[in-house]
Design a protein around this ligand. Structure first.
Ligand SMILES: Cc1cc2nc3c(=O)[nH]c(=O)nc-3n(C[C@H](O)[C@H](O)[C@H](O)COP(=O)(O)OP(=O)(O)OC[C@H]3O[C@@H](n4cnc5c(N)ncnc54)[C@H](O)[C@@H]3O)c2cc1C
Ligand code: FES
Length: 272
């Protein structure tokens, strides 16, 4: 069987509350090691399959950090040690962690998941790296302690000012960006669009992990295609260089599962 089509029966060994809406599910698995930024399809038997980018992997232990936003993620939030999830993958293209220079990792919301994994790998390679994270309040900031334990520089922004800079993480990034050569970012699409433009205008290399509606995850169905380039988020991404996204509908339009295109920000039910 083609490895990508194979389901790995994976057992939950621990559940960690990360914030009021986010839990980490730690599983023992036979899944191959994902590169940071790749994703796995998580099948909740009896419900559906959803894409999730692991926040940690080592020796057959994978961590999935999941925000509760709808039926499937709600069901996962109610799971306990001993319960089973079926994983397939890893899929797609992850972050390139072999570029020269200093790295700034910019996270918004559950976008922190692939970035804390990338941070760990970059630190183990001896790279100079910093972690910037934004949230509405301090309770929603993810992986601050984990990043502190890796002794990296932190740039924290909260909208209510309860920790760090008061305002958006994109404003903070604009203040510190000149200290870095590479930016990796994951978070809400309008945040990523802003980061992309900040980097393009300064000639700073930028990789963005983006979302579109994933059905097959294999590059076959076209559900996740960016227009007009036809780049498939599940296969050519989910991590793209800023230059690849220029001129596509990224940051402007999202294609719903029905095929209808909507302006980013217009459809409240969609996390983009
Ligand atoms: C490459 C990739 C990596 C992701 N990594 C993470 C992660 O690490 N942690 C995390 O919490 N979330 C992650 N997500 C988002 C996650 O897949 C959705 O939150 C989840 O599918 C919601 O399912 P639901 O049934 O709970 O909610 P629903 O009510 O079905 O949907 C809520 C919102 O989730 C999004 N969504 C739903 N189904 C899909 C789908 N099949 N593909 C893409 N988006 C969908 C839509 O924006 C939708 O409005 C990732 C998405 C992608 C594309
Ligand atoms: S989800 Fe089917 S082509 Fe990407």
């Amino acid at each position: 069987m083609i490895e990508e089509l194979k389901y790995h029966k994976s057992r939950i060994i621990e559940v960690v509350n990360e914030s009021p809406k986010v839990k980490s599910i730690i599983l023992k698995t036979t899944l191959a090691k994902p590169a940071p930024g790749q994703f796995v399809m998580v099948w909740v038997p009896g419900i559906e399959e959803i894409p999730i980018s692991p926040s940690y992997y080592s020796d057959g232990i994978v961590r999935l950090t999941i925000a509760r936003v709808g039926d499937t993620t709600n069901r996962i939030h109610h799971m306990k040690s001993g319960d089973v999830l079926m994983l397939r993958g890893p899929h797609g293209r992850g972050f390139n962690l072999n570029l020269k220079g200093r790295y700034l990792l910019v996270a918004g919301g559950y976008g922190a998941a692939p970035l804390i994994y990338a941070l760990r790998e970059l630190v183990s390679k001896g790279r100079r790296v910093a972690y910037a994270i934004g949230a509405r309040t301090r309770e929603e900031l993810l992986f601050i302690e984990e990043a502190r334990n890796m002794n990296v520089k932190l740039h924290i922004a909260t909208e209510d000012g309860s920790e760090g800079y008061r305002g958006f993480v994109t404003e903070l990034v604009e203040e510190v960006i000149e200290e870095y050569d590479n930016v990796l970012a994951c978070g809400p699409e309008l945040m990523l669009f802003k980061i992309m433009n900040i980097c393009l205008s300064r000639g700073i290399k930028c990789q963005l992990s983006i979302e579109r509606f994933i059905k097959c995850g294999l590059g076959i169905c076209g559900s996740c295609a960016l227009e007009p380039s036809g780049l498939r988020v599940c296969r050519d991404g989910p991590v793209f260089y800023a230059e690849e996204l220029k001129g596509t509908d990224f940051g402007r339009y999202y294609t719903l599962p029905s095929g209808i295109r909507v302006r980013i920000g217009d459809v409240k039910n969609y996390s983009v």
